[in-house]
Write a protein that binds this ligand. Structure first.
Ligand code: ATP
Length: 322
């Protein structure tokens, strides 16, 4: 649905996107995560033509964004709804009028607007607040209005730029559930830009981790967390912990395996000492996934690798200097 290839972007001398390539599939919820200044918003704005890019290609639904003329761009933007951190609602207009705005701009009839806006206000749970002004709404309700407004023209893609960053944890959860619901019900492709780990854990199927204008990693969210990849560790500022001597092995535990039992069985069966160097459990959607780094002597390494293979347990050897 969105295909970004080798994009470079500069502000004057400063390069803010460096050879960025990301493929976003139709119907998925894709997350772009990184620290402030990583280039997340910039790449999102390249997708909807708000920012030019000097090199590379950004294709949305087969169309090269930088080649669209003014008229084509207007049509193109109908297919991309966008929501922001600070909601961007018009304070003097009612909830109904805020949601109606895009349809008015595109010249829809009053009846069409009324039907669509009421349907959307129902979807976001604000049917009874249509005559309120935004100042009378909570942050979460304001974001619901913004979501309804982003959906009025039936877009194929919903772009979310730090959409939950100004909300408390519970409101964040409910907004993310709403976005997930919309993705499932309407089949809309969703791109979520965030610096919040909880956001990508709750709803993103795949993610790209960005830093300093570069994509460090792309993959399935579960896989990246399970492997506790280098990019993820960098993002959370956690250095990989390994011992300088012996063999360090990272074991990955899917939801249905108890890690304690494996380590004790292995130590007993192989008659070896196992040091647990680092362990981590992650709540991931409804599952708990874990990874454990163990250290054994180099002589026991082969037996440990064979044991893990025989139990169909995923493992990775870690470099001592990592
Ligand atoms: N209009 C601009 N002129 C010059 N530099 C800019 C401009 N907009 C963004 N930048 C720079 O581009 C880099 C990427 O910014 P961007 O906003 O994409 O990062 P981000 O990952 O979205 O972070 P944040 O969440 O803080 O916005 C930053 O170094 C920023 O200072």
């Amino acid at each position: 649905m969105i295909s970004i290839n080798n994009v470079n972007k500069y502000y004057g001398e400063k390069q803010v996107l460096k050879d960025v390539s990301i493929d976003i599939r139709e119907g998925e919820i894709f997350g772009i995560i990184g620290h402030s200044g990583a280039g997340k918003s910039t790449i999102l704005r390249c997708m909807n033509g708000l920012e030019p890019y000097q090199e590379g290609s950004v294709k949305v639904d087969g169309k090269e964004v930088k080649e669209l003329n003014e008229k084509e761009m207007r049509e193109f933007r109908k297919n991309l709804g966008m929501i922001f951190q600070h909601f961007s609602l018009l304070e003097r207009k009612t909830v109904f009028d805020n949601v109606a705005l895009p349809m008015e701009c595109f010249g829809y009839s009053k009846e069409e607007i009324k039907t669509r806006v009421e349907e959307l206000l129902d979807l976001v749970g604000l049917k009874d607040r249509k005559n309120d002004k935004p100042r009378n709404l909570s942050g979460g309700q304001k974001q619901r209005v913004a979501i309804a407004r982003a959906l009025t023209l039936n877009p194929k893609v919903l772009l979310c730029d730090e959409a939950t960053s100004a909300l408390d944890p519970n409101t964040t959860k409910s907004i993310l559930s709403l976005i997930e619901d919309i993705n499932k019900k309407m089949g809309i492709t969703v791109v979520v830009v965030t610096h919040q780990m909880e956001v990508i854990k709750q709803i993103c199927e795949r993610i790209a981790i960005m830093e300093n204008g570069e994509v460090l990693e792309i993959g399935e969210t579960e896989e990246i967390f399970l492997k506790n990849t280098k990019g993820l560790r960098k993002l959370i500022g956690e250095e990989s912990i390994v011992l300088p001597e012996g063999t360090n092995i990272k074991i990955l535990f899917p939801k249905d395996i108890s890690n304690d039992a494996i380590i004790t069985t292995m130590a007993r069966e192989l008659d070896i000492d196992v040091s647990i160097v680092f362990g981590k459990l992650e709540k991931f959607r409804d599952d708990v996934l874990g990874s454990l780094i163990i250290n054994v002597t180099d002589e026991s390494g082969d037996a440990v690798r064979k044991f893990l293979d025989s139990k169909d347990i995923r493992w990775e050897e870690m470099s001592n200097v990592n």
